[in-house]
Structure formats: C-alpha cells, structure tokens
Design a protein around this ligand. Structure first.
Ligand code: F6R
Length: 364
C-alpha cells in the first residue's frame, strides 16, 4: 500500500528516518553509547583484510564502507562487484573477513561469490534485508538492515540501511582490533544515532530538490561528482538517475574529471556535486571551478559551512544538515534519491517499475 504517496519509491524514501532508527536501534545501545546487539556475534580480532562483494546499489554501499573500514579499523579492503570477483583468482586467507551485501539476498552473482569464498576465509557475513534468503542461509553470520519490504525497483531505504549496518560494522572492526577506544566509540555511536533526525531534516529539502530536478529533465547527459566518502555516493546518485529517468548519468571522483570526462562538459550537461566542508572541500571546489569555466550548470550539495566557503558558486545550492564528515553519505544520499525521483516523475517514466529492470536479479 502506497498510502498518501504516488509511488512506492517516494514512500520508501520518506520511510528512512524510521527505518534508519530501527537499524541503528539494533546496533547501538544509546544509554551506554556503545555498539551492541547483533554486532556482538562478529569478531574482527586477528582479521587482516576485509573482502567486500555486492552488485549494483549494494556494491556502491560497499564502496562507501571501504572508506570506513580503512578509517575506523585501518584494515585493507578488497572490493569488487560479484560478477567479476567470483571469476577472479583473488588470493583468499583465513584471516580475511568476507562481507556480502544484498537487499534481496537472492542475487545470483552475489550468491555464487558467497559459495566461492566459503570455507576459505575467517567468516562469511551476509548483510541482507531478507533474513530467510539464500545468501543469508549460506552465510556464517547474518546482519539484517531491517529496512522492511522494499517494493520500488530502485533501491533507496535498503541502500541507506546497508550504509548504516556497514558503518557500525566498520566501527566494530576498529573496536575489536584495538584502534577505536571507548570515547571514540561513544562519539561515533552518538553521531550515528542522530542520523534518523538529520535524514528527516534533509527530506524537508524536497521542494528545492524538485526545482533542481526541473532543470535536468531535458538533459541528455549528466555528471555526478564527489570526493572521498562522497565519491561512491556520486556513483550511486548517477545509477539512481539513469535507472528511473533513462537519462545518461555518470558518477566520477571529482579529481578524475580532468583526466577525460571534462571533455563532455558544456552548458547542456548538468553537473551535480556532493561536497562536505572538511579537508577535501577546497579541492572539490577547484574541480567545480574547472567545469564552470567550461560553461557547465552546477548544483552544489553541501552543508552550512560548505555553503559559506563556496561563496555562491554554481547555479543551485542545496544545503544538507551538518554532520561528521565520515557520515555525510547518509544525508547526501537522500538528496540523490529525491533528485532521481523528481526528474523521473517530471519525465513521466514508470518510477517503480523501470523498463528492463527486475527487483531481484537471479540470472548471472
Ligand atoms: C538499483 C538496484 C540494483 C540492486 C542490485 C543488487 O537501484 O536496486 O542495482 O542493488 O541488483 O540487488 P541486491 O541488493 O538484492 O543483491
């Protein structure tokens, strides 16, 4: 039932404050300011590497998590899409922790990748939305994102739920290997617990996102840029737009622009930039200046401090709530989802059932 919403995708986007509160509630004991619950069954002590495998949107969630495992736990990460990973001769060791991310838990390539590593690594973790799924059944440990049923073919609340689970898991890894002390654990746990409220604030940007969407409907090509933890977010934003609006969209790490894609830029190519204020901000802004100099129409998505630093650069600015830099993907992803949604609605495509796509991909 879509309730008051025109599409399941819209309903699911708006469910995120609740679904995020649910998953963080299962991972964090707020009274104590500590990780808890399901994470207790996973032990990273002695683990020397994380292997992260998924497809599509789940892969982009895993791509954000690579930054977190490096940042919180100082662990090397082997990251790949399942359809490549399963056919590679990647060395596997018994001190590897293998993590598979899948909303449905039925994606054929991801399931085959699980079978490929089973018994050859420390443990197989399944990060899923469907605990009775094939991938969940074959894993050593199941971690549920608790997003509730996701009907819209384009993943929204499951993606953000995957981010939540993976952020807490990376923090757990840092704790287990002695890198994250009690104070750091509490400070991150508290910051994570505040995300449902910040996501809810971000949702109130919808009318402004709609205005930006209106400027993108007639575009043939679009570019999404980000740096650091927001680079994979840019890839996900591009995927979301292309799958439901059929507009060609590419995501790039902002620093890669000058190595080729800048050749595409002219006034007909909207450029969407995700940037949070922080050490990488200046660098991203100088990339933005490069595209503006080529006539691009730029929308900058940043936080209040970034808005001040950016001094009105670009054609549009969307200001998301301030949040710790590592956790910025949670608020930026909401804008990315709303943007794709409203462009698709304005184009009149079948938002919940885009052409050629299936909710669960059980062919290889
Ligand atoms: C995009 C999307 C797909 C899925 C991919 C993996 O919005 O939904 O890219 O993310 O097919 O599906 P799961 O997570 O079920 O393994």
């Amino acid at each position: 039932d879509k309730g008051e919403h025109k599409h399941f995708m819209h309903k699911e986007i708006h469910e995120q404050p609740a679904s995020l509160a649910r998953v963080f509630g299962s991972l964090i004991d707020l009274q104590k300011g500590r990780l808890s619950g399901d994470l207790d069954k996973v032990d990273f002590s002695g683990v020397r590497r994380v292997v992260l495998v998924a497809c599509g949107t789940a892969y982009y969630a895993a791509s954000v998590a690579k930054y977190w495992f490096e940042e919180f736990a100082d662990l090397p990460v082997e990251l790949d899409v399942a359809s490549e990973f399963r056919y590679r001769s990647t060395p596997l060791r018994d001190d590897d922790m293998a993590i598979f991310v899948s909303q449905s838990g039925e994606t054929a390539d991801t399931l085959a990748a699980v079978r490929h590593v089973k018994g050859r690594v420390r443990a197989v973790l399944a990060v899923v939305n469907v605990p009775t799924s094939s991938i969940a059944r074959e894993a050593d440990h199941v971690l549920e994102i608790l997003a509730g049923p996701e009907i819209g073919v384009a993943s929204t609340k499951a993606y953000v739920g995957q981010l939540a689970l993976l952020a807490a898991l990376a923090l757990k890894a840092g704790k287990d290997n002695g890198l994250v002390g009690t104070d750091a654990e509490t400070s991150l746990a508290v910051a994570m617990a505040a995300l449902p409220r910040l996501v809810s604030e971000t949702l109130s940007l919808e009318p402004m996102v709609q205005q930006v969407a209106a400027t993108m409907v007639s575009a043939r090509d679009t570019l999404f840029l980000g740096r650091g933890v927001l680079a994979p977010l840019a890839f996900e934003a591009a995927l979301k737009l292309k799958e439901i609006s059929y507009i060609h969209a590419e995501g790039y790490a902002a620093g890669e622009l000058k190595h080729g894609p800048i050749a595409l830029i002219d006034e007909h190519v909207p450029v969407i930039v995700f940037a949070s204020s922080g050490p990488l901000f200046e660098k991203t802004i100088s990339n933005v200046q490069e595209v503006i100099a080529r006539g691009a129409r730029v929308t900058l998505i940043t936080d209040p401090q970034g808005a001040v630093l950016a001094k009105g650069i670009g054609d549009h600015m969307l200001i998301v709530p301030a949040v710790r830099e590592e956790l910025a993907p949670f608020v930026h992803s909401i804008v990315a989802q709303l943007l794709a949604y409203h462009v698709a609605v304005l184009k009149g495509t079948d938002v919940d059932q885009p052409r050629n796509l299936a909710k669960s991909v059980t062919v290889e």
